[in-house]
Design a protein around this ligand. Structure first.
Ligand code: ARG
Length: 455
């Protein structure tokens, strides 16, 4: 390509080292699409002739079709996908192909390709996220009245509904959807026409090619146009947040599936056995999602470190953005794709959840509230109930089984109605505050999430 300036060919090791086609070949579709828009703009601006444009566009369409259906193999000895497409075009259509790169550089070309690629992938990731939120919400609806201990510090804290717990994840993932949409909107400006860095002396129409490619506008500074990888960082940070959420959910599913909890059972089709221990049923999918979170964080670190201190404008370092970006996209897609059916087929065990909720004094707050509502200051009520809990632990019973006389020895305010007040059903059904655990509060959350999913 640059034979004019050089007397010697590139050393073969240096050539391998320098080349990116192994991984950027993924973007052939976007590269060709960008080139078609560029050729059309060049002709509209009379920079190339209409007949050259026609030859170029039909040549590019043929190349796209041939790669798509396997008739054309991408030549891995080319430096990158941009070089391959251009040289293949020239091979097929001759001189017209050599006019395509007028008023363009690979620096703005690659910046466009990555944006187009990410925009397509973002759509797929959004669809996967929506599917998962839908499945979680359906599971929550089926379990909106199932009582389970809620935890803080992984200690049983207060009774909640399992639907309430699941909806917490739906809310997190809904924010993830928002993050992907925000990042897409901010990214959707075209760097094409920035050329190497300084713009061009040709009378190009950047806005025309931006519109053809579905961008909302152009990047207003050509140096920024070729130097910016903020959009990759933003997406990969959103991917990391998705993975963080999935890893928390995975961790809980792994715990809940253990024999100690037995709150849920994953379907056989989403678990594995052990090669030696015949009794085992392992939550491998959830464990792998938890594990793959590390990869996606690593990918984010790669690109942050890559961009740190990089002088303007394009530097070859930036070629290293793609493998990390592609890896994080593939990983997040794989994890979302496995998570949804794993949740859909997960069996919930309400009896075991209820049994666990009966132990652990998780209605102690409600007992304190009972006294407070009868006039005792909350701090005194808190202390009184603490003493009653200690007494129960000593007597090896739960609050629900302690006789009324024993209660009245602590306070005259206790009457027989306390038993109803501290039943698990009452504890849950009275928590009617917005966002709370009662069935109607959870129903409101479900309605909200389903409405958001329509947007
Ligand atoms: N393969 C290169 C990349 O991914 C394309 C841009 C090359 N530009 C250059 N001036 N060498 O970054």
């Amino acid at each position: 390509m640059w034979a004019g300036r050089f007397a010697k060919a590139l050393d073969s090791k240096a050539d391998d080292f320098n080349s990116s086609i192994r991984f950027d070949c993924k973007m052939y579709r976007q590269d060709i699409k960008g080139s078609i828009a560029h050729a059309e703009m060049l002709a509209a601006q009379k920079i190339i002739s209409e007949s050259d444009r026609d030859v170029i566009v039909s040549g590019l369409c043929d190349i796209l079709r041939d790669i798509d259906n396997g008739d054309l193999e991408i030549d891995m000895s080319c430096e990158d996908i941009h070089m391959f497409v251009e040289s293949e075009l020239t091979k097929r259509v001759g001189d017209a192909g050599k006019r395509l790169h007028t008023a363009r550089s690979r620096n703005d070309q690659v910046a466009v390709d990555v944006r187009l690629y990410l925009r397509d992938e973002a759509d797929e990731i959004l669809a996967l996220l929506k599917q998962l939120v839908e499945d979680i919400t359906d599971k929550a609806e089926q379990n909106k009245a199932v009582i389970v201990p809620g935890y803080t510090h992984l200690q049983r804290a207060q009774p909640i509904t399992f639907g309430h717990h699941l909806m917490a994840y739906a809310m997190m993932l809904l924010r993830d959807i928002g993050r992907i949409k925000d990042a897409t909107a901010r990214m959707n400006y075209s760097p094409l026409g920035s050329c190497a860095l300084a713009g061009t002396t040709y009378n190009t129409d950047r806005r025309m090619e931006a519109a053809k490619l579905g961008f909302d506008g152009i990047m207003l500074n050509s140096i920024d146009g070729v130097s910016d990888r903020d959009f990759c960082i933003e997406f990969m940070s959103a991917f990391s947040t998705i993975m963080m959420h999935l890893s928390r959910f995975s961790e809980e599913i792994i715990l809940w599936s253990s024999w100690e909890f037995r709150y849920v059972e994953l379907d056989d089709s989403f678990t594995t056995g052990s090669s030696i221990m015949p009794q085992k049923k392992n939550s491998d999918m959830a464990e792998l999602v938890r594990g793959k979170t590390g990869r996606v964080y690593g990918d984010l670190m790669t690109i942050l470190t890559l961009m740190k201190g990089l002088p303007l404008a394009y530097n070859k370092d930036m070629q290293e953005d793609k493998e990390a970006l592609f890896d994080s996209i593939e990983t997040v897609k794989m994890c979302l794709d496995i998570f949804a059916p794993m949740i859909r087929t997960m069996k919930v065990k309400p009896e075991n959840m209820y049994r666990a909720a009966q132990e652990g004094f998780i209605n102690a707050t409600d007992l304190a509230d009972y006294l407070t509502k009868k006039g005792m200051p909350f701090r005194i009520a808190y202390k009184t109930v603490g003493q009653i809990v200690a007494e129960c632990i000593e007597k090896k019973c739960v609050l629900d089984d302690l006789p009324i006389e024993a209660y009245r020895a602590h306070s005259e305010l206790f009457c027989n109605d306390l038993y109803n007040e501290i039943s698990l059903e009452t504890c849950v059904s009275k928590r009617l505050s917005e966002g709370g655990t009662s069935v109607s509060s959870v129903e409101a959350q479900i309605t909200y999430v389903r409405k958001e999913l329509q947007k």
